[in-house]
Design a protein around this ligand. Structure first.
Ligand SMILES: Nc1ncnc2c1ncn2[C@@H]1O[C@H](COP(=O)(O)OP(=O)(O)OP(=O)(O)O)[C@@H](O)[C@H]1O
Ligand SMILES: [Mg+2]
Length: 340
């Protein structure tokens, strides 16, 4: 067994506002081992980004509080870590690729300076060596004229180019884990595939772990080995990708994967992804996190809900090794046709 790069145990996160406190995450547990590709999926507002940002403590200081739980990166406690240790970890051990690179790049600095800054912060090499590495990275990422890209400001590059620059920065220090939060959602559909393939290739080359966040079930089906399905700030089901697509047990998972294709599910899910099939086919909407019901957060939308579902949060039930779901109606769910 390899030790996990990141391990989250029973993490709760609240955002403290002026008038209300929002419980964004409740009892999240997940881990990514070395070289593993894990997916995080769920509707908008389910807590995917909040989970990802918690790992590197990138949430607004003072506003984001962790009343319970633990996060470790390579066995070191993240929630108690001093800022200096967090800065050492960011980029060098765990790097992030965001959906919108414009928000992560500094608009007034040339691309070359931004990439070499990251390299020089974590690796001992000369400015010239760092520039050469930056050029090579951009070349690996199939940027046609890397010298020009290095001299450019972010606004002078296309969205696809900017995302490649972000990817170059993320990979520049050979971190153990890449967290990619909707890395292709903002890109033109024709280059989404290319960018995703590049991320996959680089991860495989370096034997890195990848935590991939995506709305796109097609992308998930093709890319990740294991998946966690989030709903209302909780992981409602987790397991091997094949098992979730073929035997997803939580009524919410079943709703997401409504067609539940068996033979050839990978191709079908992928085709569905390319058609822009989103996760919004379940009637009703995600509950307000400031006003979550006490029991199962999905009960109001669940056709199988009974009074007990609203009493207390359902415990995780193990369905097979590594496959678990939080639902007290699983036995019934199993007998149904899966339509939600
Ligand atoms: N800085 C913040 N202050 C207050 N609430 C926040 C903050 N960031 C996130 N939230 C809340 O936490 C919840 C989870 O948000 P999060 O961004 O993690 O969702 P998500 O699953 O990534 O959604 P999307 O698919 O739209 O990216 C939401 O209800 C959101 O409003
Ligand atoms: Mg998000």
């Amino acid at each position: 067994m390899t030790a996990p790069i990141v391990q989250i145990d029973q993490l709760s996160l609240v955002f403290v506002g002026h008038t209300e406190t929002v419980a964004a995450l409740r009892g999240i547990s997940l881990h990514v081992d070395a070289g593993e590709i894990v997916g995080l999926v769920g509707e908008s507002g389910s807590g995917k980004s909040a989970t990802a940002m918690s790992i590197l403590r990138l949430l607004p200081f003072g506003k984001a509080k962790f009343p319970e739980g633990r996060i470790t990166v390579l066995d070191r406690d993240v929630l108690d870590a001093p800022e200096s240790l967090l800065q050492d970890m960011r980029g060098a051990e765990v790097a992030m690729i965001f959906q919108e690179p414009m928000t992560a790049l500094n608009p007034v600095l040339r691309i070359g300076e931004q990439i070499t800054d990251v390299i020089l912060r974590h690796q001992s090499m000369s400015q010239t060596e760092a520039t050469t590495l930056a050029l090579n990275l951009l070349r690996d990422l199939q940027i046609a004229d890397p010298e020009r890209a290095l001299a450019a400001y972010p606004h002078e590059l296309s969205g696809g180019m900017r995302q490649r620059v972000m990817i170059a920065m993320a990979f520049s220090c050979h971190p153990k884990l890449i967290i990619a939060d909707e890395p292709t959602t903002a890109l033109d559909v024709t280059i989404q595939r290319e960018v995703l393939d590049l991320i996959n290739e680089l991860v495989a080359e370096d034997g890195m772990g990848l935590l991939l966040i995506s709305h796109d079930l097609g992308v998930m089906a093709e890319t990740v080995q294991r998946m966690l399905v989030m709903y209302g700030g909780t992981v409602v089901e987790s397991g091997p990708t094949d098992a979730l697509f073929a035997r997803g047990a939580h009524p919410y998972t079943r709703g997401l994967f409504a067609a539940r294709p068996r033979l050839g599910w990978r191709a079908e899910a992928s085709a569905a992804g390319r058609r822009g099939h989103r996760l919004l086919t379940i009637p009703g909407r995600v509950p307000e996190l400031a006003d979550l019901p006490s029991g199962c957060g999905f009960a109001d939308r669940c056709p199988l809900a009974i009074a007990d579902c609203r009493r207390s949060a359902p415990p995780a039930v193990e369905l097979a090794p590594g496959h678990a779901a939080r639902c007290i109606r699983l036995a019934d769910a199993d007998g149904s046709d899966g339509s939600v």
